[in-house]
Design a protein around this ligand. Structure first.
Ligand code: NAD
Length: 494
C-alpha cells in the first residue's frame, strides 16, 4: 500500500514515527497511509527551508527570477494537474467534477502571484526631516509554516504558497492528516518543475504533533493557517510564544438573506451552490437562510424539489452530485448536529440521513431545517456539511440583525432586485466578503478573509503578498549631521 512520506530538502524521507491510515470516505476502507512525523522531521524541514532562504539559488533570486520559477511551476501544473486529482478524491471524497475544475485552474493562482512579485518595488517615503530621505523596502520573513485543512488542500495551499514564494520566503507545509496525498504529490511536481530544494518542504502528520512542532520551531518566522477556529486559536497561542505573526482563515456560519423582490430561480441556484456544492464542506458555506416571510414557502418548496433530486454516488463518478463527507469523525459530528437540531425542535424538511440510506461510506445528503431559532445549536455552530438552517423575517432591520447574530464573519449573500437595498444591507453585514445576487466565487484579484471569529489577515487580492512581507525603512542622510552637543555660546567680553 502506498505511503505518503515527508518531502524534505528535495527528497522523500524516511521518518521516525508510525503511520496513519488514510481512509477513502466513499468506502470507509484504508486506501493509503501517511507518515506520522514529529519533532525530528519538523526540525529537518525547517532547517532545510532556513538554509534555502539564506543561501543558494533561492536566496540569490531577485523578484523577477522568483516570478520565472513560479511561472514554470504554473506551466507544469497546467500540463500535469490531472495526476493530482485521484489522490485528492480518494482522500477527502470531493466529487471528481469539482476537483477537476479546481485543479484545471490551479496554475492561475501561481501566475497571478508571479506578476505580483514582478510588481514589487521599494516605496519612497515622505518625511519632514531636512537632509535625509527614507525608503520602504519589502522584505520576506524567512521560513513560513503553512497549515492547511482537508476540504480543498491544493487550492488553499496555492493561496498561501504562491504569495509566500513570490515574496521570497521559503515554506514548510503541514497538510491535514485527513487529506495529505495530493500535497505530497504536488511538492514532488513543484521540485520537478525547478523549485530549488528546501524552498517547499512537506511534513505530514497530526496537528498537535508535527503542526505544533513546526509552529514552535525557533527558526519559524511566520505562520499561515486555514482550518477550524479551535485549531487557529491553538496555533496563534503557540506562535505568540516566539512572537511570530499569524494569518488565520477560520470557520464561518454565513447568512444568505433573501428579500421578497429577488429573482427566485437565480436565488435557488445561489442558495444550492452555497450549501450543497462540496457537501457544504466549504468555509463560505451559506448555511443560514434568512428569508422574507412572504416568499418563504415558494423558496422552500423549490429548494426541496431541487435538493431531493440530487444524486448521491461515488465521488470518482463524474455524474455524482452528492459525494461523501470527508472523514469519519466529521461524519459523526454532522450526524450529532442533525440529531440535536431535531431534539431542539427545528422542523426537519429534508433528512439527508434518510435519502442516502444503503450507501456505504460517510454519506449525508442535503438536509434542510426550518424554524431554526437563535436558541438552537444549529443557528450558531458551524456544521461544515450539507445542512441548511432556515428562518424568516419581516423587516430589513430584522434581516440584518439575524445575519449578524453569529460569532463568525466570513461571508454573506443578499438576494434582491433593488440595488440600493443590496448595497445597504451589504454595508451592514459584519463579514469579510458579501455577495449580492451571486455566491461563492473566489478570484486572485479579490481578498478573502474573516471578521470576528473567522480570523484575521487576508488571502488573495493586492494585500495577499504583503502578508508575507515586512517593510524595512532605510534612511539615508544627504547633508552633514549637525553636532548634537554644540558648545555653549558664551557672551563675548572685550
Ligand atoms: P482543523 O483546525 O481541524 O485542522 C486544520 C489544520 O490544522 C490541519 O492540518 C491540522 O492538522 C492542523 N492543526 C490542528 N491543530 C493544530 C495545532 N495545535 N497546531 C498546529 N496545527 C494544528 O480544521 P479542518 O477540520 O481540517 O478544516 C475545517 C475547518 O477549516 C472549518 O472550520 C472551515 O471553515 C475551515 N476553513 C476555512 C477556510 C477559510 O478560508 N477561512 C477555508 C477552508 C476551511
Amino acid at each position: 500500500m502506498q505511503v505518503f512520506k515527508p518531502f524534505i530538502d528535495g527528497v522523500s524521507r524516511d521518518w521516525k514515527g508510525s503511520t496513519i491510515d488514510s481512509i477513502d470516505p466513499a468506502t470507509g476502507k484504508v486506501w493509503s497511509r501517511l507518515a506520522r512525523c514529529g519533532h525530528a522531521e519538523a526540525d529537518a524541514a525547517i532547517l532545510s527551508a532556513d538554509c534555502a532562504f539564506r543561501s543558494g539559488p533561492w536566496a540569490e533570486a531577485d523578484a523577477n527570477a522568483r516570478a520565472a520559477k513560479l511561472e514554470r511551476l504554473a506551466d507544469v501544473l497546467q500540463a500535469r494537474w490531472e495526476e493530482l486529482v485521484e489522490p485528492e478524491v480518494r482522500d477527502n471524497g470531493k466529487r471528481i467534477s469539482e476537483v477537476r475544475s479546481q485543479f484545471a485552474g490551479l496554475h492561475t493562482w501561481y501566475r497571478h502571484f508571479a506578476r505580483a512579485a514582478r510588481d514589487l518595488a521599494p516605496e519612497p517615503q515622505s518625511n519632514s526631516i531636512p537632509g535625509v530621505k527614507s525608503t520602504g523596502y519589502h522584505v520576506p520573513f524567512g521560513v513560513v509554516v503553512a497549515i492547511t485543512p482537508w476540504n480543498s488542500p491544493l487550492m488553499i495551499l496555492a493561496w498561501k504558497l504562491a504569495p509566500a514564494l513570490a515574496a521570497g520566503n521559503t515554506v514548510v507545509v503541514k497538510p491535514s492528516e485527513m487529506a495529505t496525498a495530493s500535497t505530497v504529490a504536488f511538492a514532488k511536481m513543484a521540485f520537478d518543475a525547478g523549485l530549488p530544494k528546501g524552498v517547499l518542504n512537506v511534513v505530514t502528520g497530526l496537528g498537535h504533533e508535527a503542526g505544533e512542532a513546526l509552529v514552535r520551531h525557533p527558526l519559524t518566522r511566520k505562520v499561515t493557517f486555514t482550518g477550524s477556529d479551535a485549531g487557529g486559536q491553538k496555533v496563534a497561542e503557540a506562535a505568540s510564544a516566539s512572537v511570530i505573526p499569524t494569518t488565520l482563515e477560520l470557520g464561518g456560519k454565513s447568512a444568505q438573506v433573501v428579500f421578497a423582490d429577488c429573482d427566485l430561480e437565480n436565488t435557488v441556484n445561489g442558495v444550492l451552490s452555497g450549501i450543497f456544492l462540496s457537501n457544504g464542506q466549504t468555509c463560505v458555506a451559506g448555511s443560514r437562510l434568512i428569508v422574507q416571510s412572504s416568499i418563504k414557502d415558494a423558496l422552500t418548496d423549490r429548494l426541496l424539489e431541487r435538493s431531493r433530486a440530487l444524486r448521491p454516488g461515488n465521488p470518482m463518478d463524474p455524474d455524482t452530485e452528492i459525494g461523501p463527507l470527508a472523514n469519519a469523525p466529521h461524519y459523526q459530528k454532522v450526524i450529532e448536529i442533525i440529531a440535536r437540531a431535531k431534539q431542539e425542535g427545528a422542523t426537519c424538511l429534508l433528512d439527508g440521513l434518510e435519502t442516502v440510506q444503503g450507501q456505504a461510506g460517510y454519506y449525508v445528503g442535503p438536509t434542510i431545517f426550518d424554524n431554526v431559532t437563535a436558541e438552537m445549536q444549529l443557528w450558531h455552530k458551524e456544521v461544515f456539511g450539507p445542512v441548511l438552517a432556515i428562518t424568516s423575517f419581516e423587516q430589513e432591520a430584522d434581516a440584518i440583525r439575524l445575519a449578524n447574530d453569529t460569532d463568525y464573519g466570513l461571508a454573506g449573500g443578499i438576494w434582491t432586485s433593488d440595488p440600493e437595498k443590496g448595497q445597504r444591507v451589504a454595508a451592514a453585514m459584519h463579514s469579510g466578503t458579501v455577495y449580492i445576487n451571486h455566491y461563492r466565487s473566489v478570484d486572485p484579484g479579490s481578498p478573502i478573509g474573516g471578521m470576528k471569529r473567522s480570523g484575521y489577515g487576508r488571502e488573495l487580492g493586492p494585500e495577499a503578498i504583503k502578508e508575507f512581507l515586512q517593510t524595512k525603512s532605510i534612511w539615508t542622510g544627504t547633508h552633514p549631521v549637525p553636532d548634537p552637543f554644540p558648545a555653549p555660546q558664551h557672551p563675548h567680553h572685550d
